[in-house]
Design a protein around this ligand. Sequence first.
Ligand SMILES: [Zn+2]
Length: 272
Amino acid sequence: MPELPEVETVKETLKTKLIGKKIEQVFVYHNNVVEYPEVDLFINCLSNQTIQNIERRGKWLLFELDNYYLLSHLRMEGKYFFREKEEPKLSHELVKFDFTDNESLRYHDTRKFGKMHLLKKEEIWNKKPLNELGLEPWDSNLTIDYLKQKYKNKTIPIKTALLDQGIITGIGNIYADEILYLSHIYPLKKSCDLTKKELQNIILHTRNVLSRAIELGGTTIRSFSSSEGVHGLFQNELYIHGKTECENCHTKVIKTKVGGRGTYYCPKCQKK
Ligand SMILES: [Zn+2]
């Protein structure tokens, strides 16, 4: 699944190609990808809109148009490709955006879990899905007190709480393991039991891990590739996720499930 750093990489790649392009026509081949509004309205509203900018919030891509924001979440397998307009439909192509020049943008998704919303510009921050998102990792409001408040009644494991997009947005499964390893925290520790020092470490390492991953273009675990096939290097720098031995103490890494998600930790560096 593309995580925040991969979505950031996709965003940067799309920006270099798309800003200033005017949408001529949109084809939706799989209606379920359009969550809001109705597909016909979605198609009508998009025609003649120019792409002004592309931003990211959590794992959502935000295409800023003249009057709207097009929001796109890649979920498990969503990808964007650039093709000439006349080139035939790709297999698993769900949406095609034709521009007024010769080019088109194709949304491709083998699993069909990706979602798109089209909202009026003034609506995006107080409507689903963006109003449900927590703080960005680099938001100055992300403090020890903020996390203490959010976790105080939570008895769920910290690994699970880190994946809650309503608290901090953009931490996916691989990065949660990395953050807890670097913070020396046992993944099953109850969120409400974390000390100030541990919360501080979580904030520090969330920022470090995600910044480093963005710098390296995201991981390429599973089938992720950005729109132009940019490959990330971060997987070469993972400390714990997918490893068999701890680099720090050479203890055998434990692989388990927490909240249904594959979780790696060092029993010596991340004591109960
Ligand atoms: Zn260790």
